[in-house]
Design a protein around this ligand. Structure first.
Ligand code: ADP
Length: 273
């Protein structure tokens, strides 16, 4: 794995409100037209520079929260600010500050890698010359330069994941959202992706990660919030969460959250001994 020039992962210099939180969500609710209340008064603060994990069972509201933050869904009430920019009132500024690596590999399979990144940069208003430089830098950083003229459908699974990350970083966002970036990938690729995202964070980009892998959250995140049924029910470091639930570790705290403490590995090993 070729690890990158520092500049490739550097976010844009701050142009935002001084001292603003990376993400500041206050009393957010989202009711879909179907009547489902996906978010029921979520308040959440992510400090600039933090690596933040959002954990919760399927249907808890994680995607809805991400969609509201990136303008894909409109909040019913409450507010979301990204580096001080209101995600609804000042959508463009807020959206520019965010890079999204979505769960599904939503790539156009007929474009080349270069075109994929170029279109994304164009969408974010980057001038042609800047796009060209940025593309070269990112392809190099993610060891994809040799593939730049290949169509994306010819890439291996690992390369597709790296391209999704490169695309998310194309416009130099200061806040990166990783929505289950390692779902269904093999161990080697998971560890490789961890290296990349840790480095991106170390170079100043704030990260929000959703994952179902508790080990991943424990390994990467400074702070973790549990979301359940549209509400944030606990947050802290993984040790703090364990202490809040009176258990030994993050996995047991999570099992308490989802009401399945009988699955704790502590019981399994007791039973086996
Ligand atoms: P998660 O990402 O944690 O699995 P979601 O945000 O996808 O949770 O879903 C939260 C709730 O909102 C679920 O009950 C889901 O069925 C519902 N939901 C999600 N998207 C829509 C939608 N577009 N229309 C109606 N209901 C939705």
């Amino acid at each position: 794995m070729a690890f990158l020039s520092r500049s490739a992962f550097n976010a844009a210099p701050p142009t935002e409100v001084p001292g603003a939180l990376a993400l500041d969500i206050d009393a957010l609710t989202k009711r879909y037209p179907t009547g489902t209340e996906a978010l029921r008064g979520v308040s959440l603060e992510i400090q600039a520079g933090e690596f933040f994990g959002l954990l919760g069972p399927n249907g808890a509201g994680k995607s809805t929260l991400i969609h509201c933050t990136t303008g894909l869904a409109r909040p019913s009430s409450g507010s979301i600010k990204v580096f001080g920019h209101d995600a609804v009132e000042h959508y463009e500024e807020a959206r520019k500050a965010v890079g999204l690596a979505p769960q599904d590999l939503n790539i156009d399979w007929f474009l080349t890698l270069e075109e994929t990144l170029d279109y994304h940069g164009g969408y974010f208003g980057m001038p042609k010359r800047e796009r060209k430089e940025r593309i070269a830098e990112l392809l190099e950083a993610f060891s994809l330069s040799a593939k730049k003229n290949d169509r994306t459908r010819t890439l291996s699974g690992g390369m597709k994941r790296r391209l999704i990350l490169a695309r998310a970083l194309m416009h130099r966002p200061r806040f990166l959202i990783l929505d289950e970036p390692t779902a269904g990938v093999d161990v080697e690729l998971r560890l490789e992706l961890w290296h990349y995202v840790q480095q991106i964070n170390a170079e100043g980009t704030t990260i929000l990660l959703t994952t179902h892998y508790l080990e991943e959250a424990e390994q990467l995140c400074d702070k973790i919030a549990f979301i359940n049924d549209g509400q944030i029910v606990a947050q802290g470091t993984s040790q703090e969460l364990a202490a809040q639930y009176g258990v030994a570790g993050l996995e047991d705290a999570y099992l308490e959250l989802v009401g399945r403490k009988e699955l704790s590995r502590a019981h399994v090993s007791e039973a086996a001994s």
